[in-house]
Design a protein around this ligand. Structure first.
Ligand code: NI
Length: 177
């Protein structure tokens, strides 16, 4: 168990596609998931993808606790998602603010599908199949983008809506993603 360094934007490892997990029984996978969890928690993130700690495997996790100060960010149950496949459930796109532990201290307005189905496997190799919308769908798209070498600033349509969190949202003490 260890809190790992999170790679920051500019590191070429964040731009590489991740490989699928093939051996769900591997001790390395269990250790990776524990390290990711410890790191996400220590940094107060809403999600983390394996490439962010320098591991090129298709593993993401996310969790959003309900916070009455931010009613728009509905809670999302703790989820480990391995080898994910996303299928949009409509053409509807919605813009929303995102941050990222690899882009610390910043926020940007990012278009995402409002509803999608995600399929994959949990930490034990059991199939996962969920249809979600809103903030849950946004978080999944953000994390799965990391597995494709995509960071959220690459998706911002209008860079006027990209800036420092403290300046955009003074006094709100927002968590990083
Ligand atoms: Ni991120």
């Amino acid at each position: 168990m260890a809190i790992r360094d999170v790679l920051k934007m500019g590191d070429p490892r964040l731009l590489e596609p991740a490989r699928p997990v093939e051996d769900f029984a591997a001790l390395e996978l269990a250790q990776l998931i524990v390290d990711m969890y410890d790191t996400m928690r220590a940094l107060n993130g809403a999600g983390l993808a394996a490439p962010q700690i320098g591991v090129g495997l298709q593993v993401v996790m996310f969790e959003v606790s309900a916070n009455p100060r931010y009613p728009d960010a509905e809670s999302v149950p703790f989820t480990v998602l391995v080898n994910p496949v996303l299928t949009p459930l409509s053409d509807e796109i919605e813009e929303g603010w995102e941050g990222c532990l690899s882009v610390p201290g910043m926020r940007g307005l990012v278009p995402r599908h409002t509803a999608l189905r995600y399929q994959g496997f949990d930490a034990g190799g059991q199939p996962l199949d969920r249809s979600v919308s809103g903030f849950h769908a946004r978080v999944v798209q953000h994390e799965v983008d990391h597995l494709r070498g995509i960071l959220y600033p690459m998706r911002i349509r209008d860079l006027r809506h990209f800036g420092f969190t403290e300046t955009l949202f003074p006094g709100q003490n927002l968590q990083d993603d």
